[in-house]
Ligand binder design. Structure first.
Ligand code: C5P
Length: 248
């Protein structure tokens, strides 16, 4: 790979604060951190909020350049989503997620607020990523909600809308990478979960891809949880993935 920076965001999905802090320390510590970033989501944020983020993922660790993906999947009227974004910019997330189904006005309000609040605080602008069609939904689920499009067409439609509405990228399944890269161009961020290193357990993920395949298809960042967090040595598991990607 020409760019040797580590594309892996480790998903720390737990409400156990000391465990989260330990995991984050182990995969980000040392002279060569094993991951490029940390993802904290709803589970952690609802339980511990901003003080929990500051405790488990403290500023000195952030200062080493480790990314922070705050996966809140916001979805509400534009004013409320903008208020939510404004409230978390001080945590300096690299990425925040919002639902594209909230519509163009909501996405625009979120993007404008992220930029304005970051500039007011003198911090880097968080990149906003859109959630398109949840991978838990199939064609029948979409139909039940009044959406006649097939899921893959709907993903492309919502991603294009997100791009036009000022979002920086989307979360997508490994199977959507190639079509989204073609549709949205080289700079649109594709953050991809559902990744399993060759030979590891798939858990509840049904459609998986190896880290190398996903990056070759055009993923910018990979979200990997249990293959790292449930390993007996999480740092070693993450280092092995980084080596496979030529980023170790
Ligand atoms: O443990 P695992 O690697 O499956 O974790 C993947 C992470 O990505 C979890 O935090 C999960 O919520 C998230 N995710 C996913 N599939 C999606 C969207 C998000 O697995 N379609």
């Amino acid at each position: 790979m020409a760019d040797r920076s580590n594309p892996v965001y480790c998903a720390v999905d737990t409400v156990d604060l000391p465990l989260a802090a330990r995991l984050i320390r182990s995969v980000t510590g040392g002279t060569c951190p094993a991951v490029g970033g940390i993802k904290l989501g709803l589970e952690f944020f609802l339980a511990h909020g901003a003080p929990g983020v500051r405790y488990a993922f403290p500023a000195p660790v952030r200062a080493t350049g480790i990314g922070f993906f705050l996966d809140l999947k916001l979805h509400d009227i534009p004013n409320t989503v903008a208020g939510g974004i404004r409230a978390v910019v001080e945590l300096e997330p690299t990425f925040i997620t919002i639902h594209t189904a909230g519509g163009p006005a909501m996405m625009r309000a979120a993007a404008e607020t992220a930029a304005a609040e970051a500039s007011r605080l003198g911090v880097a602008r968080p990149r906003l990523l859109g959630v398109t069609v949840l991978t838990s939904l199939d064609r029948a689920d979409l139909e039940a909600t009044g959406v006649a499009a097939d899921p893959s067409g709907q993903v492309l439609r919502l991603a294009a809308l997100a791009r036009r509405s000022g979002l920086d990228g989307v979360i997508c399944s490994p199977l959507e990478i190639a079509a989204l890269r073609a549709e949205c161009g080289p700079d649109f961020v594709l953050m991809v979960p559902g990744i399993r290193p060759a030979g590891s357990a798939t858990g509840d993920q049904k459609r998986v891809m190896t880290p190398g395949e996903a990056v070759r298809l055009g993923a910018h960042h990979l979200v990997i949880g249990r293959p790292i967090t449930e390993a007996s040595d999480p740092a070693a598991a993450a280092q092995a993935i980084a080596r496979e990607l030529g980023a170790g």
